[in-house]
Design a protein around this ligand. Structure first.
Ligand SMILES: Cc1cc2nc3c(=O)[nH]c(=O)nc-3n(C[C@H](O)[C@H](O)[C@H](O)COP(=O)(O)OP(=O)(O)OC[C@H]3O[C@@H](n4cnc5c(N)ncnc54)[C@H](O)[C@@H]3O)c2cc1C
Length: 484
């Protein structure tokens, strides 16, 4: 491949080819996790489905490896790669609402932020089952499952996916849905709903169900406690969440907040972010038992969900600082005293004060879908804790990674698996943990849609990569997309 070939590609697509050393290239390689500094040979910004087909064919013909970039929020930076090609869909951002069917059609360069703003402006009050952070991209989020603050009311994001337009590596443009006429397209649709981004082809658009929530404005609450109350409060929470209706979700958080008595200073706290899909009074009554446990701070508000997501989502961003992210799936009742003790011990010894944990409160409607209805394998999980170790100086990398690794290794006895959307290159037995007993079916689908492994990557379906966890940890897997 030489300059002449590249100008051929540029002439045959309506989008752009970005080369290193140009401002557009430099901007396109910026992702949420600033630790990831992978630099592709060039970037193709596609502007149409045909551009995607042409780029795939071009890369295959020229033996160039390729990854696709959506919102760039993969914790491991798997949307980028070193030395290959990045197919960036950020120019493809069309959104269209069919109010009658209650379906929004979205091109895969759009982020949840754009969908929230679009729906707010539509004046319909309709909401998607979207990401808690508005800058998260839809393609990665959706293909991993997708937990939303209202998933306990309406299911996972994938439970609300109506169809996907997917370009497979054979160059076919497929319209996947549960009732597609080709049985293999139905299998692929199953795989794309939980089997993880980057494995099946390039998604160009999706049709997604939207819902009219129970009330226009929801109750949202922020409740924080001093860490020395963790055993008592989390022990209570562990039992109490099992009594809640599906309309209530009570997420967890553990990290720094401004000190209420001296806002110039920050203090460690843990607590909850509550969202009630219903009347304020009923939601506040449900939260009463938590308020009686003597929190340090409480703030209850009424706001539409998309507006809340636009404000709240920024709190979990890494925002281009350096990060290593770990996560697990926990079954109901997992916050046992020994589990809480691990949180206490590690949060008290974090090398960086800015590291924090958030956890999703799952269950409810998510559990009501049959286990094999989609590729997502964790319907029985109740909590999804995610640790973000965050630091700035390169010399602090090892201490932070080793702390985060040891922290979640100590929580393993309380985990039932891991979440592919919080993908972790230093997770052992990752295929089993991400996909449980769905893995053999995913593997069969992968072998059929990508028999030569054109879209193979370190933790892609079919990869036999296993991290070496002897100490000191080998950090190389954190800095690559392809194993070889
Ligand atoms: C701040 C923050 C908040 C988050 N909040 C939530 C949350 O509330 N709920 C939740 O479930 N998850 C959440 N996540 C996790 C999120 O779902 C994953 O990081 C997801 O992979 C992001 O998708 P993306 O398109 O932004 O990522 P990318 O990094 O662009 O892509 C992720 C993977 O999908 C592949 N991919 C990208 N585009 C395509 C495409 N068009 N076709 C095929 N493959 C593609 C990439 O190659 C990569 O392997 C959050 C992450 C962050 C950083």
């Amino acid at each position: 491949m030489d300059q002449q070939d590249l100008s051929w590609l540029q002439r045959h697509i309506s989008g752009a080819v970005l080369l290193p050393g140009t401002p557009a290239y430099d901007q396109a390689v910026v992702i949420d996790n600033g630790r990831v500094q992978l630099r592709p040979r060039f970037i193709v910004q596609a502007n149409s489905t045909q551009d995607v087909v042409t780029t795939l064919a071009y890369c295959k013909q020229n033996d160039l490896r390729l990854t696709t970039k959506g919102g760039g929020h993969s914790a491991a930076g798997y949307s980028l790669n070193a030395g290959g090609v990045v197919l960036d869909l950020s120019l493809m951002t069309a959104i269209e609402l069919d109010t009658e069917r209650r379906v929004v059609k979205v091109q895969m360069g759009a982020r949840w932020h754009a969908v929230y703003v679009y729906l707010i402006n539509s004046g319909t009050g309709l909401i998607p089952i979207g990401g808690g952070c508005p800058t998260v991209g839809i393609p990665g989020f959706m293909q991993g499952g997708g937990y939303s603050f209202v998933s306990r009311s309406y299911g996972l994001s994938v439970d609300n996916l109506v169809s996907i337009t997917l370009v497979t590596v054979d160059g076919k443009v497929r319209k996947l849905s549960a009732d597609a006429s080709d049985p293999f397209d139905r299998e692929l649709f199953w795989a794309c709903r939980g089997g993880g981004g980057g494995n099946w082809g390039v998604a160009v658009d999706m049709e997604i169900k939207v819902h009219l929530p129970n009330t226009e404005k929801m109750l949202t609450g922020q409740i924080r406690y001093s860490p020395d109350r963790a055993q008592e409060v989390l022990g209570f929470y562990n039992r109490w969440v099992e009594t809640l209706p599906n309309e209530m979700a009570v997420y967890g958080i553990w990290g720094l907040i401004p000190d209420p008595s001296n806002p110039a200073q920050k203090i460690q706290t843990f607590g909850f972010t509550a969202i009630y899909n219903g009347e304020f009074g009923a939601g506040a009554k449900l939260l009463q038992p938590l308020l009686e446990l003597g929190p340090l701070t409480v703030s209850l508000n009424q706001i539409t969900l998309p507006e809340f997501e636009l404000i709240n989502g920024a709190t979990t961003l890494v925002a281009n600082r350096s990060a290593y992210i770990r996560a697990g799936m926990m079954p109901p009742g997992a916050f046992k005293p020994e589990c809480i003790a691990v949180f206490e011990r590690f949060m008290a010894s974090a090398p960086s004060p800015d590291s924090f944990i958030v956890w999703t409160h799952a269950g409810g409607r998510i559990e009501e879908f049959p286990d094999d209805s989609t590729g997502f394998a964790h319907r029985a999980a109740r909590f999804v804790p995610e640790l973000k170790a965050i630091w700035d100086q390169p010399q602090d990398t090892r201490a932070n990674v080793e702390w985060a690794h040891a922290f979640f290794a100590a929580l393993e006895p309380f985990f039932s698996g891991a979440y592919v959307n919080y993908i972790d290159p230093l997770l052992d037995h990752w295929a089993r943990k991400y996909y449980l007993d769905h893995y053999p079916r995913l593997l069969r689908i992968k072998q059929q849609c990508d028999p030569d492994g054109f879209l193979a990557f370190q933790q892609g379906v079919g990869s036999d990569f296993e991290p070496d966890l002897s100490l000191p940890l080998n950090l190389a897997p954190l800095n690559r997309t392809f194993v070889d």
